[in-house]
Design a protein around this ligand. Structure first.
Ligand SMILES: [Fe+2]
Length: 397
């Protein structure tokens, strides 16, 4: 995350004694990736972050693939997903490969435990709901349309406003570091003119007073494809200050400024994030292509080296046959996809789209999780036939 940020109190120089009022020394902790060479932050704790009272393996989370590997287009309806539970422990796995996993949850409770994913960055799309993310780096309020970028190793806890709309979260677990696309930045790291968002659109944590409290504080750490419980002897949110480049942040999809053209623009103009082995794009409300004979609907395409997944985040699609709010389509490498019957013709002359969708393109094939079969529309792969799903209108991806 190439914006330097600092909150709370820190000493004048790194790695020198930073005294507490009682004369003791605050415990310094460097949190960063790529072995001291990637982005990092330096945190100052009241208590050392190492005082573990106990450790145990709670559960396995390795994703199990659908045994039927028949190549076909897939469609999942998250409205059919089991509701409730914890935002961190009751996620429904949908699709995954070695680089990326996509999960879904509609939590109805706030976790007592803190959580940290040690094996993946988490990119969380808040499709519905609002609340506050408590973290070692301060608080990050979130609301509908937010992407929360919670890099690996960042301790956090969701505090949903349970009196507001039912939270609906789409989670991407990334083995690599989630970042801004390189082409949006200049050699100094600043977002360039013409990028679809700027530093002003990036929301960073705000400071909260540290908690100095002893006791048993469970932290659930996802590592080795399982949940591990580490019990600390003190409250983990005991940071008096920090600085650096490694921290959780938020970006709202409605702050993405669409790039439009006279004729159909390809999905890379919608790119929002870069990972290792995948990209994430945002399809936002925008004017359609303005050549008088332009076909705004996407042309048929074969992505010969990527799978394409779309999460439909707008009620705009609710009235359309075959698709609904919360639908997820998976168009795998190996079969072309494109507009449904009649849609290309019908789109000519259209001036504007209200679509809102999150797309993840993976560069290695995705597997469908066995758990996702319960929410699948099994006939979707036949929906391009003239007699099926005639009104279906996917975003212009
Ligand atoms: Fe596509």
């Amino acid at each position: 995350m190439p914006i330097y940020h600092t909150l709370g109190r820190i000493p004048r120089k790194r790695h020198i004694a930073f005294r507490k009022p009682d004369g003791g020394i605050y415990a310094e902790e460097l949190v960063g990736h790529e072995g001291f060479l990637g982005t990092s932050s330096l945190l100052y704790h009241i208590h050392p972050p190492t005082t573990v009272k106990s450790a145990r393996r709670l559960r396995e989370t390795k994703y199990e693939a659908d045994g039927d590997q028949t190549l076909r287009h897939r469609h999942f309806l998250t409205a059919r997903a089991k509701k409730g539970g914890s935002a961190t422990l009751d996620r429904l796995p949908l699709l995954f490969n070695q680089d990326i996993a996509m999960l879904y949850v509609e939590p109805d409770e706030n976790d007592a435990h803190f959580y940290r994913n040690a094996q993946a960055d988490e990119l969380v799309y808040i499709s519905k709901g609002k609340g506050v993310l408590e973290t070692s780096y301060g608080q990050l309020p979130f609301w509908e349309g937010d992407y929360l970028i919670i890099h690996r190793g960042i301790l956090h806890r969701y505090r949903f406003d349970l009196n507001a709309e039912q939270p609906k979260l789409v989670i991407f677990e990334s083995r690599g570091h989630v970042r801004w696309p390189k082409r949006y930045r200049n050699e100094f790291g600043q977002l360039i003119e013409g990028a679809p968002y700027s530093e002003r659109d990036i929301r960073r944590p705000t400071f909260v007073d540290p908690v100095d409290e002893m006791g048993d504080f469970p932290i659930l750490v996802k590592q080795y494809d399982g949940i591990n419980e580490i019990v600390l002897d003190h409250h983990p949110l005991d940071v008096v200050g920090w600085d650096g480049y490694f921290y959780p942040w938020a970006f709202n999809i409605n702050d993405f400024e669409p790039i439009v053209g006279r004729v159909h623009q390809p999905p890379p103009v919608h790119q929002t994030f870069q990972g290792d082995g995948f990209v994430v794009c945002s399809f936002c409300p925008r004017p359609y292509d303005f050549h008088p004979e332009a076909i705004p609907a996407p042309y048929n395409h074969s992505n010969v080296d990527s799978d394409e997944v779309l999460y439909y985040a707008s009620s705009e699609f609710m009235s359309r046959k075959g698709i609904e709010f919360g639908s997820i389509t998976h168009h795998p490498d190996g079969i072309p996809h494109g507009p449904h019957p009649g849609r290309a013709e019908a789109s000519i002359g259209a001036k504007y789209t209200d679509e809102l969708a999150v797309m993840m393109d993976s560069f290695h094939p995705l597997k469908v999780a066995k758990a996702a079969l319960a929410i699948e529309d099994p006939n979707y792969h036949k929906s391009w036939l003239q007699t099926q799903h005639a009104q279906f209108n996917p975003p212009t991806s």
